[in-house]
Design a binder for this molecule. Structure first.
Ligand code: F3S
Length: 238
């Protein structure tokens, strides 16, 4: 079956703005958007540029906007998309070339929230033991692959440059809900301001775009409840 793809093109060396190029290809059963992009590049235009790596929705490299919705090209089946397929780089991010965006700003935000375990007790001889039921508390948040499909889809982040955004806040929740981590007060304090959880307008677009089906909106709301409960107990400074 023939399918048409309208793909965003932008070359910083020759273009002042982006435009769309139409490709037509013969789609086969099981073909993903990433397969289609490879086919376009190999058979029609070798300059088409996109980021990819694992092809197994693990690395998050191929996050892009497909028919208006953020997702992973390697996970999205052509057969699930109707009509001409419109493919664009993630919104709200600086485009480097074609479908490749600059991940450095969201990664800098991510690094700012101390995205690793903090434990102030002496390290054990082997690993820190954790019960399965304790691990299950942050199972969902731990599946984040840092594709930033959520952060890119958030309308608040498009205008509020300093908003931490759903990807970083989900990572905070991952450690707040980990009973081995001893920095809960510090972490909650860090996100309890106008650039943290209170900036979220519960738009739900982040949850809708997560390729790992993480309920990022619910995660942010859980963090808010924790902050409110601690403030009530006088443990988080206003
Ligand atoms: Fe943005 Fe998600 Fe909140 S889309 S406004 S972070 S619910």
């Amino acid at each position: 079956m023939k399918r048409k793809l309208r793909i965003f093109r932008y070359d910083p060396e020759t273009d002042t703005g982006g435009s769309f190029q139409t490709f037509e290809l013969e789609a086969v059963e099981g073909m993903t958007v990433l397969d289609a992009l490879h086919k376009c590049k190999e058979e029609q235009d070798g300059t088409l540029t996109f980021r990819w790596s694992c092809r197994s929705f693990i690395c998050g490299s191929c996050a892009m906007t497909i028919n208006g919705r953020n997702g992973l090209a390697c996970k999205t089946q052509l057969s699930d998309l109707r009509g001409t397929i419109r493919i664009e780089p993630l919104a709200g991010m600086h485009v480097i070339k074609d479908l490749v965006v600059d991940w450095e700003p969201p990664l800098a935000t991510y690094r700012s929230i101390t995205p690793h375990l903090i434990a102030d007790d002496d390290p054990p001889e082997k690993e820190r033991i954790q019960l399965p039921e304790a691990r299950r508390r942050y199972d969902a948040a731990a599946t984040c692959i840092l594709c930033f499909a959520c952060t890119s889809s958030c309308p608040v982040g498009w205008t509020a440059q300093n908003y931490l955004g759903p990807a970083a806040l989900t990572k905070v929740a991952r450690f707040v809900e980990d009973d081995r981590d001893t920095a809960t007060d510090h972490r909650l304090q860090m996100i309890a301001d106008e650039n943290g959880v209170w900036r979220c307008r519960t738009a739900f677009r982040c949850s809708d775009s997560c390729p790992k089906d993480i309920d990022t909106t619910g995660t942010i709301l859980r963090l808010r409840r924790r902050i409110a409960a601690r403030a009530l107990r006088g443990r988080v400074a206003e």
